[in-house]
Write a protein that binds this ligand. Structure first.
Ligand code: HEM
Length: 147
């Protein structure tokens, strides 16, 4: 028995199992953003900016309060899930949700600007801001329909 324990310790030691690197795995972006409540607050702030924006507000004009609330709830769960959180996103896929809206390159840039304004307001550090925008960037090809 003691022999087995000794061999196990030797093997783990040799292969670095349990090394400091493995024990202190970096937290998910979800955790570093402050978890669900923080993400919910960020999404709500961004939603107000989007809906009241001179350029982007038009996309949300015909939505009832209930539809806006559903959109906020879906966006919160989407971000939670995309940043490594425990949420399950049950909304439509990004192509289906945006197809036909005619979102342009310039709209996308405005969206990024507004997102940065929100992240700055919540004092999200530059590293996490960059990671967040990197996570969103691949969606551009699916959401943007015109130059
Ligand atoms: C210029 C940028 C964008 C505009 C103008 C925009 C606009 C919209 C609009 C108008 C809807 C509601 C569509 C409907 O109810 O038929 C919607 C839904 C949604 N959008 Fe966006 N969007 C943009 C970018 C994004 C990005 C980058 C994300 C993800 C990070 C996103 C995530 C969502 C989600 C999760 C929904 C809800 C889908 C559902 O309810 O099933 N959107 N968007």
């Amino acid at each position: 028995m003691r022999k087995t324990a000794l061999s196990l310790m030797l093997v783990f030691g040799l292969f670095g199992v349990g090394s400091a690197e493995m024990m202190h795995k970096e937290k998910t972006l979800y955790q570093r953003l402050g978890g669900y409540d923080a993400i919910s607050a960020v999404v709500k702030d961004l939603a107000v900016r989007l809906v009241t924006d001179r350029q982007l507000g038009v996309y949300f004009k015909g939505l009832s309060n209930d539809s806006k609330n559903k959109l906020i709830a879906h966006l919160t769960n989407f971000v939670c899930s995309a940043t490594g959180g425990p949420c399950i996103y049950t909304g439509r896929d990004m192509k289906t949700a945006h197809e036909g809206l005619g979102i342009s390159d310039s709209d996308w840039n405005r969206f990024v600007e507004l997102t940065k304004e929100t992240l700055n307001k919540f004092k999200v550090p530059p590293k996490e801001q960059q990671e967040f925008l990197q996570a969103v960037a691949p969606l551009k090809g699916v959401i943007v329909e015109k130059k």
